[in-house]
Write a protein that binds this ligand. Structure first.
Ligand code: NAG
Ligand code: NAG
Ligand code: NAG
Length: 360
């Protein structure tokens, strides 16, 4: 019997609902796995080198700092992700997310695993991260922009948060096809330029329009939007993070957003130490500037997958003072500071799991 996708899905449902169901009726793929059932499960990660006392110290501190309001971020970043890396990856692998205006003139045009955002500045678009490939630009970013009346030719600047393919993968396409100016840190460019000429995706190149960020508080000004860039190495050497003004769609409140460029734990004792310190430093910068909005280059980090659904149900009265729901990205100045400090503790916990000695 030829199994179509529809019948396979129907059978899969029956099997799930009814485990004793005759094996002969299960889809072939599942039958084939009977011989080695444990291979069907995603593994959890073991940390044989863990410094248990330090892991305890940092995780307990992070839990306390998280309180109730940041519990979901704590649970994911400090516990679930480090322990169930594969399950977490699978959950966020290549799912589509709806292109959405999340603040006034600020659009999410990415997918669920990695994000891309577009800011209409009144004088062209600024793009924050470019997904993983030209194909994703064509199939996700450009249709997302089109939904709001823009084309690739409106793009003036492309900010690349760091030298990982899921952030720079579409940048070369935007350079080649629309003449966008690519903005990256000196260390990011250095890493991109060290890639093999046949690297896939092809990285952006430092052409005449490209900008190299070499110092903190570098501003990218376009139209009425100024993005302020900070160097926050650790996740990678070239990671940048941003402060940018945003306007609440319903209340009209003018707010400042922080977009941290790289939260995933790095791998070495040196880079983990650098990463923890960068998070703490940016926490202080964000608090001093009164940043209250939590944005990230991954939907899984800033919970945009949940937030997008929530704001679709949000309404406010005519004056914009009373709303049925708060803006979920606008966590508040103190909470955004605590989130960054908590992320730093999760990085320190991860270093302790790996048995590393941190010098800072
Ligand atoms: C910035 O420019 C956009 C697009 O022209 C406009 O809709 C928006 O109101 C402007 N924002 C401010 C704060 O002036
Ligand atoms: C990051 O920078 C450090 C210090 O300059 C250097 O030792 C290391 O090799 C760099 N890492 C990468 C991946 O380039
Ligand atoms: C764990 O604790 C020891 C002793 O206090 C310290 O030297 C080491 O750097 C700690 N490791 C981490 C990852 O903090």
């Amino acid at each position: 019997m030829k199994t179509t996708l529809a019948t396979a899905l129907a059978l899969a449902t029956i099997v799930t609902a009814c485990p004793e169901h005759d094996a002969a009726e299960r889809p072939a793929a599942r039958q084939g796995r009977q011989a080695n059932l444990l291979a069907d499960y995603l593994p959890y990660v073991e940390y044989p080198q863990a410094q248990t006392a330090n892991v305890t110290k940092y995780v307990v501190a992070a839990r306390k700092l998280a309180g109730d309001d940041l519990y979901a971020y704590f649970a994911r970043d400090c516990i679930y992700q480090p322990r169930y890396v594969k399950l977490d990856d699978a959950a966020f692998q290549s799912a589509l997310a709806p292109a959405t205006e999340v603040f006034k003139n600020f659009y999410f045009v990415g997918q669920a695993a990695w994000s891309s955002s577009a800011y209409d500045t009144g004088d062209g678009l600024v793009i924050y991260d470019t997904l993983a490939s030209s194909a994703e630009i064509e199939s996700i970013v450009l249709p997302g922009l089109a939904k709001f009346g823009f084309t690739g030719h409106d793009i003036k600047y492309v900010l690349v948060s760091h030298e990982h393919f899921d952030h720079y993968g579409g940048a070369r396409y935007l350079q080649q096809n629309f003449g966008a100016a690519v903005v990256a840190s000196a260390d990011c460019w250095k890493a991109l330029e060290a890639l093999s000429p046949t690297a896939n995706p092809a990285p952006p190149v430092r052409d005449a329009k490209a900008i190299t960020v070499t110092k903190d508080a570098t501003e990218v000004k376009l139209g009425n939007v100024t993005t302020t860039i900070y160097l926050t190495p650790g996740h990678t050497n070239g990671t940048m993070s941003y402060l940018l003004p945003v306007t609440d769609l319903l209340t009209g409140d003018r707010l400042l957003a922080g977009m941290y460029g790289g939260s995933g734990a790095s791998r070495t004792a040196w880079s983990l130490g650098v990463q923890a310190v960068s998070l703490e430093r940016f926490a202080n910068i964000a608090r001093k500037n009164k940043a209250s909005v939590l944005l990230s280059s991954h939907h899984s980090r800033d919970r945009s997958m949940y937030n997008i659904e929530e704001v679709a149900l949000r309404t406010c009265d005519k004056q914009g003072h009373k709303c049925n729901l708060d803006n979920p990205w606008n966590v508040g100045v103190d909470t955004y500071y605590r989130w960054l400090m908590m992320e730093s503790l999760c990085i320190r916990a991860q270093a302790a799991r790996g048995g590393f000695i941190l010098s800072q």
